[in-house]
Design a protein around this ligand. Structure first.
Ligand code: G
Ligand code: G
Ligand code: MN
Ligand code: NA
Length: 250
């Protein structure tokens, strides 16, 4: 049967959930915010990972509705958090290409009451690269609202340096493939160092993704990395568990 039809129904049938993964300061381990990650609990197939259904939704345009649902849910959740941490929401290429994105963000911030500076949007290089002129003008519009813009999966795309020169990102998320190899590969370590130096001179904080070991965390600390995210610091969990863990209260 067609997974696409199921996905369409999933929005209305409460099968979707947003999980949250913590983002912390490297030097103080203080919580800075949480990344919102979409989860689909299919009635027959059980849990289907986003790596399977996001590309599908992307192909047939359903991602626009899905993305709107995630944005609204994440902003509504974050508006109720104490302390008032940031929430980071991923934007897919089709969602970013959609003409009403700017209007949608304004409407969601208004209706949820979330302050614009508590929202961060994560975009990949390839999303921005599709139409750079348009991308930068849309990003400037969104940033003018006070919303933060993070460059996701940095280092895996193309024209990274050009992109950094052309737009004042609020954060760069260094892809986890570099962190993976940081302890074993001199090359990976050199790239991490170079990116951190670049971040310092451009005055853009760097977040290291996919931190799984104490060794990786201390290495990044020594190198002066600003923020970290990964299984070591916390897996993506439902909001209920976030409250139980004591990291937020509602
Ligand atoms: O936890 P993880 O398996 O959630 O996510 C796998 C991929 O799916 C990542 O690349 C992540 O950015 C993407 N993803 C997760 N949630 C969302 C979402 O709400 N919107 C978009 N566009 N991508 C998401
Ligand atoms: O592409 P994006 O960075 O948005 O994707 C986030 C993805 O990374 C999610 O699938 C999330 O579950 C995954 N993730 C987060 N922390 C870790 C980690 O420490 N190790 C691995 N392997 N994946 C992680
Ligand atoms: Mn992301
Ligand atoms: Na990423």
């Amino acid at each position: 049967r067609c997974l696409v039809n199921d996905l369409r129904a999933a929005i209305d049938n409460n099968q979707l959930a947003v999980h949250y993964q913590v983002q912390t300061s490297v030097s103080t381990t203080q919580i800075r915010g949480f990344e919102a990650l979409l989860r689909w609990n299919h009635p027959e197939h059980g849990f289907i990972p986003p790596s399977q259904f996001i590309p599908l939704a992307e192909e047939n345009g359903l991602i626009v509705q899905l993305g709107e649902w995630v944005l609204r849910q994440a902003c509504a959740d974050a508006a109720s958090w104490t302390p008032p941490y940031k929430v980071a929401v991923n934007l897919s290429p089709a969602q970013f290409a959609h003409a009403d994105l700017h209007k949608l963000i304004i409407e969601v911030l208004m209706s949820t009451g979330l302050a614009a500076n508590r929202l961060e949007l994560e975009l990949t290089e390839s999303t921005i690269f599709q139409d750079k002129e348009r991308s930068f003008s849309v990003l400037r519009q969104i940033k003018a609202l006070g919303v933060n813009i993070a460059l996701d999966d940095f280092g895996t795309g193309y024209s990274s340096l050009e992109m950094l020169r052309s737009f004042p990102f609020d954060k760069i998320k260094l892809d986890r493939s570099f962190i993976n190899e940081a302890e074993d590969s001199l090359q990976a370590k050199s790239i991490i160092r170079a990116v951190l130096t670049l971040g310092k001179s451009l005055e853009i904080p760097i977040l290291a993704e996919g931190i799984e070991t104490e060794g990786q965390l201390s290495l990044l600390g020594e190198e002066g990395c600003d923020e970290a995210q990964g299984f070591l610091l916390g897996r993506p969990i439902p909001i209920g568990m976030l409250v139980e863990s004591g990291r937020i209260s509602l």
